[in-house]
Design a protein around this ligand. Structure first.
Ligand code: DER
Length: 232
C-alpha cells in the first residue's frame, strides 16, 4: 500500500544516518520495524558496527533477530542517535507518540540521545497536535488502576470531557512492558501542549504522556511514491 511504501522509504532513508561506532536508540512500531530490518542488512552486508538500545521488548526481539548487538541504556549511558516513529508531528517537530504503547521507554531513550530522528509517512503531518488520541500511561497496581482519579482530576481542571478511553487488547486492558495501562485522551486539538504535558505528569498515577516536545531534531517524511523529504 502507499502508506506502507512511504513508511519503508522513510525508514530506509533514516537508517543511512547510522555510522559504525554509534550507539543507537531503536524505536517501536511498524515504521521503526523497517528501520531495524535495514540496520540488520547493513550489519550483515557492510559490517556496520553499532550497539542498539531498544524501546520495547518487541523491538529488542526484532533487533536480535536482525543480528544487531543489543545493549542497555545503563551500559550505553548516552546515545548518539535515536530513530523512532510518531503518530503525529507538527511544524515545530513536536510529536504525539504512543500509538504502539511504548512511549515511556521511547521518551527515555530519545531524551538520552544527542539526536532524535523521526520516521513517518506524510499523513502524520498536522497543523495542530491532538487529532490522534493522546496516549497516557497510567499506573496499574494490585489489580486496580488510577483511571478514575486521573479522569476526575482532568474533568475538574476542565482539560477533558468524559471522552478518555482505557486502551483494550481484546477484551482485557492493554498492558505495557512495565505492566501499566494506557488511557487515550480524545482532545481533538491541543492548544498548549507544554502546559498539558506538565499538568498531566503532575497527576499521581500518570506515568508518562505521549507528547514529545523539543525532543525531535529531524523528521524523515516518506511518500507513497518512495520519495523522502528531510525536515529539521
Ligand atoms: O507507539 C509509538 O510511539 C510508535 O512509534 C507510533 O507512534 C508509530 O507507529 P507506526 O510507525 O506503526 O505508525
Amino acid at each position: 500500500s502507499p502508506i506502507e511504501r512511504a513508511k519503508y522509504a522513510s525508514a530506509r532513508r533514516a537508517a543511512e544516518f547510522v555510522e559504525s561506532g554509534m550507539k543507537v536508540g531503536l524505536g517501536t512500531g511498524s515504521t521503526a520495524a523497517w528501520m531495524v530490518k535495514r540496520l540488520g542488512e547493513r550489519v550483515r552486508e557492510e559490517g556496520l558496527k553499532i550497539q542498539g538500545v531498544p524501546t520495547s521488548s518487541g523491538t529488542a526481539a526484532l533487533a536480535r533477530e536482525a543480528g544487531i548487538e543489543v545493549t542497555t541504556l545503563d551500559e550505553a549511558r548516552w546515545l548518539d542517535l535515536t530513530i523512532d516513529g510518531a503518530d503525529e508531528f507538527d511544524s515545530n517537530l513536536n510529536l504525539i507518540k504512543g500509538g504502539g504503547g511504548a512511549h515511556l521507554q521511547e521518551k527515555v531513550v530519545a531524551t538520552a540521545s544527542d539526536q532524535m530522528i523521526v520516521i513517518a509517512d506524510a499523513a502524520k503531518a498536522v497543523e495542530t497536535l491532538g487529532a490522534f488520541p493522546l496516549p497516557v500511561e497510567i499506573l496499574a497496581f494490585g489489580g486496580q488502576t488510577t483511571k478514575a482519579l486521573i479522569e476526575e482530576t482532568l474533568v475538574g481542571m476542565d482539560v477533558l470531557g468524559r471522552d478518555s478511553v482505557l486502551r483494550m487488547q481484546g477484551d482485557a486492558p492493554f498492558v505495557t512492558d512495565e505492566g501499566n495501562h494506557i488511557l487515550d485522551l480524545n482532545l481533538r486539538r491541543i492548544g498548549n501542549a507544554r502546559q498539558l504535558s506538565l499538568v498531566l505528569n503532575q497527576i499521581p498515577g500518570v506515568v508518562e504522556n505521549g507528547l514529545f516536545l523539543d525532543i525531535c531534531d529531524t523528521v524523515v517524511i516518506g511518500y507513497g511514491d518512495g520519495k523522502t523529504e528531510i525536515r529539521d
